[in-house]
Design a protein around this ligand. Structure first.
Ligand code: FAD
Length: 480
């Protein structure tokens, strides 16, 4: 019996040893060439260039500002006359939602928890607070967020501005947890909005791509702190999909990662446990293990006929293994380290279409012989009423394809994107896609409502960059 960790240590490395004995080590690079990361020179007298986490988006802004208060922010926004204004969070979006040659506004200094009301289950926090700061801060007050995304480096405002989500059929995205927000508009007003006051602005700015102003504070719904246990196993994908309705219903958080070119998936089930239960860590994941799987795939891939078979065997061998188990306070279990740079495209299809869509993606990878090993992530999120949320008015199944940052993603993503579109998928605003206003007007009932609110708060388009102008049908190229 081996677990996922042992799979990497024994099977993959063992096989690489065998490959080396056959004179195959280190060979068999995929046919996709490397994609260079952006590179900027520091220029004397100019602000630091900006780059995102994945190093596929960057800019040389004319100004970079980090206001320490709402007053300072408003004064800077109204006194800057040249170029656009773009709020930035932690730079963890893959799409060009941040870059500007005008003024880049960091919320790093608008940071921290303002208040926690454990009776009403609501906390007010500054917009630049990172999710990894929020977990421990809420926990001190006996509170927690219901759910988290895969990582916790994002700022709260950056995360909600793209409808960032985790997985769980009874849980909405982070945007759906917002009860009220305060936003500094480009005309220099500080506006509070919620369901009963400035409701249209609230509906637009809970997932507003930074196009309506700079969010300064949010009130977010919390729950009493709780502990989770996460169990991760490798299982046959067809068995998981056959039982998908039960899996969704019987686990608090359920997701899996399907291995292309194999019949297996890494299944992650997370459920609540008593806070008095002992904290378990049966082997912390090695966040760089994916490189070892890539080495195995590339080494074995050069063996005619048997290569794919041997690769399948490696992944299969993990299926007999014991689960990797971690437990503890919810915020320590839900988010993971992601240190291997990659590029990502994610679409959310209607929940019921998830299994068919995934099967078609996996079949296409095999048919077209696309040399991809990065597992495909599969998650569920509950619907909400937010105008541009990927989960607006329908429960969603989010499926993500990834490629290593040093390999070309374009050919792979171009082969998969039409499948997402066939299933009526909505792209994640923070991830790569090629859609424009025509498609969005068909995908979102409130598309035109969003455009009207945007126009009314920013008639001169000061909050736009070329990517947003493209998305909103105001000219300019996609920048994607
Ligand atoms: C390794 C990795 C893992 C990820 N995992 C997940 C996941 O599990 N689930 C998921 O849904 N997504 C995931 N993402 C995507 C990520 O959550 C989103 O792209 C998110 O928006 C990034 O937040 P950020 O703080 O980095 O904001 P940025 O990327 O810096 O900005 C995102 C958007 O928010 C706007 N913005 C930022 N601050 C403000 C503000 N104060 N007021 C108004 N607008 C603002 C920006 O203008 C921009 O439009 C992942 C990304 C990476 C790189």
């Amino acid at each position: 019996m081996i677990n996922r960790r042992t799979l990497i240590k024994n099977s993959v490395l063992g096989t690489l040893g065998a490959s080396a004995a056959l004179g195959l080590s280190g060979c068999g690079k995929s046919s996709m060439g490397p994609t260079a990361a952006l590179d900027y020179d520091f220029q004397t007298g100019k602000p630091l260039p900006w780059m995102n986490w994945a190093k596929n988006q960057g800019c040389q802004p004319a100004h970079r500002i980090a206001p320490q208060s709402e007053e300072e922010l408003l004064s800077l926004m109204t006194s800057t006359s040249n170029g656009g204004l773009r709020p930035m969070g932690a730079g963890h979006s893959f799409s060009a939602v941040v870059p500007t040659e005008g003024t880049l506004i960091s919320t790093d200094l608008l940071n921290g928890v303002l208040s926690v009301d454990a009776e009403q289950n609501v906390a007010e926090v500054w917009s630049g607070t990172r999710l990894h700061q929020l977990g421990p801060a809420l926990n001190l007050q006996g509170q927690a967020l219901t759910n988290l995304p895969d990582i916790n480096y994002q700022t709260i405002a950056g995360a909600i501005s793209t409808s960032t989500h985790g997985s769980g059929v009874t849980m909405g995205s982070l945007s759906s947890m917002i009860e009220e927000l305060t936003i500094a508009t480009p005309s220099g007003e500080l506006v509070k909005c919620n369901n009963s006051s400035n409701a249209e602005l609230f509906n637009a700015s809970r997932c507003g791509l930074g196009a309506l102003g700079v969010i300064t504070k949010v009130k977010i719904r919390t729950v009493p702190a709780f502990n989770l246990e996460q169990r991760t196993t490798v299982e046959p994908l067809d068995v998981v999909l056959e039982d998908i309705e039960n899996e969704k219903a019987s686990n608090r958080n359920f997701e899996f990662l399907a291995f292309p070119h194999t019949s297996m998936a890494l299944v992650v089930r997370t459920n609540e446990v008593d806070t008095s239960a002992p904290i378990i860590n049966s082997g912390e994941e090695d966040p760089t293990a994916i490189f070892q799987i890539r080495d195995a795939y590339q080494s074995l891939g050069v063996l005619p006929l048997v290569g794919k078979f041997a690769y399948q065997k490696i992944i299969d061998s993990a299926a007999d293994g014991a689960a990797t188990v971690t437990s503890g306070p919810s915020y320590t279990v839900l988010a993971h380290d992601r240190v291997v740079p990659f590029r990502e495209m994610e679409y959310t299809v209607p929940a019921e279409a998830g299994p068919e869509c995934l099967k078609e993606i996996l079949a296409t990878i095999v048919e077209k012989d696309i040399p991809i090993i990065f597992p495909i992530e599969y998650r569920y999120t509950q619907q909400d009423d937010i105008w541009l949320s990927m989960f607006s008015q329908r429960d969603g199944c989010s499926i993500s394809v990834h490629q290593f940052a040093d390999e070309d993603y374009i050919e792979y993503f171009a082969a998969i994107e039409p499948i997402f579109q066939k299933y009526n998928g909505r792209p994640h605003w923070g991830k790569l896609h090629t859609l424009g206003p025509q498609e969005f007007s068909n995908l979102y009932t409130h598309w035109n409502d969003f455009l009207s609110v945007r126009e009314s708060v920013d008639p001169n388009g000061r909050m736009l960059n070329s990517h947003l102008k493209h998305l909103f049908g105001l000219g300019a190229s996609s920048h994607a």
